[in-house]
Ligand binder design. Structure first.
Ligand SMILES: [Zn+2]
Length: 419
């Protein structure tokens, strides 16, 4: 009985007053409906709320849903409800013959409510059917290194794709200049981005497991990160520096996780997507970008987004509109879905057989937006598929002697566990 907040009487009154009021479509009793988790009987109490402007009652097994007001809760039938508590409740439910019966209390009359049971695979993720296997996706983990404009978008897409577990890593709080291109908004100002994004993930899939870390991935202890890495894990480098991506790719090599990095260039006129997975003789991030990771030899194209230490203060002011950032990011999401399904024989790879390990995604080739470098693209919205990156044969991470090697992923797992 511990999971519901104090009922908000004014909201209840306004809801009841608006129910069928002039100017609104009057709802029939049978239009009242409640969404109830299919496994309700096993989980116990539910809480319910009415969202403003929507006459449906939504019932969850947690009261942690932001933006909602709890107006009541559901009681199991063997529970002794005291009169004072019930008098304040507008949603009352009981288990009858093993079925949940929910009623809305309206002027003393109890009216039946249509129950719409849902579960993850049959309802919540039903529109993915035939494209993504829910049972497979729920066993996957996505580790987001950075949950800013890139990572927050990636998290939303992966939640909608049915990924069951998230690890969110970021040092920052959400500031007002972030809002125009972040998945979170005014409700979340001043909060740690990992906390704000966690709530957005749970708002899509209340059953997801979300682990948060307020810091840099390089600062995480093995105990804190290693339990979440492995062949069913995708690590996403979405930070504003190459060092965190290099470290994340190294972790992927050690644990046979897969890896994808996303970054945008000046004003997001274009961006880049890089990925790594074991067993394909691919270069790791450090091999591919080694010269740029220490900020010493960066081509002009990378100067701004991947800035030097001195640039750090201005990084957050690097312009770039969400529509451009998200276009680059969307390509990376497609790569990530392919990587997460690399062992699924029923899955058809969408882009991995076509895109190379390193891809440039152009938003605009107008030089007055992107500078001279933008002219290297033939046309807007160009996505390259012919870039090559260097791989060092003696690389300790991805080279011939590295843990993941050609022996296969089982050996890699043993090697990683032995470290
Ligand atoms: Zn390497």
């Amino acid at each position: 009985m511990s999971v519901f907040a104090t009922p908000d009487q004014s909201l209840i009154d306004s809801f009841l007053a608006n129910f069928g009021a002039q100017g609104m479509t009057a709802l029939k009793d049978t239009d009242w409906k409640a969404y109830v988790p299919g496994d309700y009987a096993a989980t116990g109490d539910l809480v319910g709320f009415v969202r403003k402007g929507n006459e449906s009652i939504y019932v969850f097994d947690t009261d942690g849903v932001r933006g909602s007001t709890v107006i009541g809760h559901v009681l199991a039938d063997d529970e002794e409800a005291d009169a004072d508590t019930l008098a304040n409740l507008q949603v009352i439910g009981r288990m009858v013959d093993g079925q949940l019966q929910l009623q809305v209390k309206d002027g003393g009359a109890l009216r039946p409510v249509r129950i719409k049971r849902y579960d993850l695979t049959d309802r919540l993720l039903s529109r993915n059917t035939g494209l993504l296997e829910s049972d497979v996706m729920l066993d996957k983990t996505v580790v987001l290194v950075g949950v800013g404009s890139v990572g927050s978008y990636y998290a939303m897409q992966m939640a909608r794709s049915g990924v069951g577990r998230f690890v969110l890593i970021d040092t920052d709080t959400l500031e007002i200049h972030n809002v125009c291109r972040h998945q979170c908004g005014f409700d979340d100002l001043g909060r740690y981005k990992v906390d704000a994004v966690r709530d957005r993930v749970l708002n899509i899939n209340p059953h997801a497991e979300v682990i948060t870390f307020r810091g840099a991935i390089q600062d995480m202890l093995d105990d804190e990160i290693m339990p979440y890495l492995g062949r069913d894990t995708l690590i996403v480098g979405g930070g504003d520096n190459r060092a965190s991506s290099a470290y994340a790719n190294e972790l992927a090599c050690r644990t046979d996780s897969s890896f994808v990095a996303v970054g945008c260039w000046t004003r997001a006129y274009a961006g880049e997507v890089f990925y790594w997975q074991s067993g394909h003789d691919l270069a790791c991030y450090e091999c591919a970008f080694g010269g740029m990771i220490d900020d010493s030899e960066r081509p002009d194209a990378h100067n701004h987004y991947f800035g030097t230490q001195e640039d750090e203060d201005t990084l957050s002011f690097e312009p770039g509109i969400a529509a451009d950032i998200d276009f680059v990011n969307c390509v990376a999401v497609k790569v990530g879905l392919d990587l997460l399904n690399r062992d699924n024989p029923n899955y058809t790879q969408r882009v991995l057989g076509y895109l190379q390990q390193y891809t440039w995604v152009c938003n605009t080739n107008a030089t007055n937006i992107g500078g001279e470098m933008a002219g290297i693209f033939e046309h807007p919205l160009q996505v390259t598929h012919n870039l090559q990156v260097n791989k060092r044969a003696d690389c300790p991470h991805c080279g011939a002697g590295a843990a993941h090697g050609a022996e296969g992923h089982e050996d890699a797992g043993e090697a990683a566990a032995a470290e």
